[in-house]
Ligand binder design. Structure first.
Ligand SMILES: Cc1ncc(C[n+]2csc(CCOP(=O)(O)OP(=O)(O)O)c2C)c(N)n1
Length: 358
């Protein structure tokens, strides 16, 4: 086992981990790319939020603002031949391996140019070329699928220099999803058969509107990995460097054929469970807590580290933000102009038994 932590402790405390990141030994060029990616995810979602407020979007959207470091940090070590699966909150998982913002916006608007041809919306994103097989809103619905993807990769048995170099299945899911039985079945199966799969549990402390302390006897989801003898790591999910490092440690083991990994990344979503509002969590008063978590901002902390080490100035960061905003706005304008699918396409991606058939 990689760690002996038995509860989240400091990791769940927004007064902790506010300082700039430790980037010693890291490649600054790579970090700047990840800073751009995290900014892209945030600005794309801020745009979606604004457009919901303007009444331009009809589709329910679950925003990941505040959690951007997880998608960016995990994606650093994924291959296009891996098989990653997402959830209802997967805009970041889709964008991080390089899928287009335009494809996301067009999908949310139901346009033919959307990443799922306008048939899926925000919760059914597809980026197969990048290794992002898809997202599904059935909570925990894709966890076992990723184990299946890992099993297929194990059977492919990819080799490099005479050693196992297996592709992996990856499943992103929330702390709420861990309350579904299929997560436990998936962990057990993956462990027993040494399936190369990375379980990425984004513990943002909430399932819809209920805090984990009201739902569970312990806020550490990794205890389920311990129970199934699965290697696990628990890290600050708002630290892209920590996320990437732990991802690599677990993937090295999985790709070598030595068993699955469980990465618990502790974070907090800034907006409501669904939609752009910060104050909409039914029955909850997140106000003060949210303001504390905003000080643990994954983007700000990475920029401050790059600035302190002389790799980036305020001016560079402003230029990056402007560049990303232009990309986002252009993508939105294009998506708005794009056509809707033809009515004749409605059933093309639907499974059905033909009349009289089997
Ligand atoms: C099987 C199933 N049960 C319930 C829901 C309704 N639902 C949608 S999201 C959600 C909460 C999920 O919480 P978590 O897994 O922690 O993910 P987060 O929203 O925090 O990212 C629920 C209960 C659903 N979509 N699927």
């Amino acid at each position: 086992m990689f760690t002996e932590t038995l509860e989240l402790g400091k990791l769940a405390d927004p007064a902790e981990f506010r300082e700039k990141l430790n980037i010693a030994g890291e490649d600054p060029t790579l970090l700047k790319e990840e800073l751009r990616m995290m900014t892209l995810i945030r600005k794309a979602e801020e745009k979606i939020g604004d457009m919901i407020n303007e009444g331009q979007i009809q589709c329910p959207c679950h925003l990941t603002i505040g959690q951007e470091a997880i998608a960016a940090g995990v994606a650093r070590h994924l291959r296009k031949t891996d098989r990653a699966f997402g959830t209802h909150r997967s805009h970041g998982h889709y964008l991080a391996p390089g899928n287009s913002v335009h494809g996301l916006f067009a999908e949310i608007l139901g346009k033919a140019t959307g990443c799922s041809k306008g048939m899926g919306g925000s919760m059914h994103l597809y980026g197969g070329e990048s290794g992002f097989v898809g997202s599904v809103p059935i909570v925990a619905g894709t966890v076992s699928m990723a184990v299946g993807g890992g099993l297929a990769a194990k059977m492919d048995n990819k080799q490099e220099n005479g050693k196992n170099s297996w592709d992996v299945g990856v499943t992103y899911f929330g702390d709420g999803a861990a309350e579904e039985g299929s997560v436990h079945e998936s962990l057990n199966f993956a462990s027993v058969f040494k399936i190369p799969v990375l379980f990425v549990c984004e513990n943002n402390l909430f399932s819809s509107h209920l805090h984990i302390n009201y739902r569970q006897s312990n806020d550490l989801v990794s205890r389920f990995a311990m129970a199934h003898n699965v290697n696990y790591r628990v890290v600050d999910g708002n630290d892209v460097v920590a996320v990437a490092k732990a991802t690599k440690e677990l993937l090295d083991v999985a790709r070598a054929g030595e068993g699955p990994g469980f990465l618990e990344v502790v974070t907090y979503r800034w907006r409501g469970h669904v939609g752009p509002r910060e104050d909409i969590d039914v029955g909850l008063k997140r106000g003060e807590e949210l303001q504390h978590w905003k000080l643990r901002d994954p983007i700000k902390r990475l920029f401050e580290a790059l600035e302190a080490e002389g790799h980036m100035s305020e001016k560079d960061f402003a230029a990056l933000n402007e560049d990303v905003a232009t990309e986002v706005n252009k993508a939105w304008e294009q998506a708005e102009k794009d056509p809707y699918p033809e009515t004749s396409q409605l059933l093309t991606a639907v499974y059905a038994t033909p009349k009289g058939g089997h």
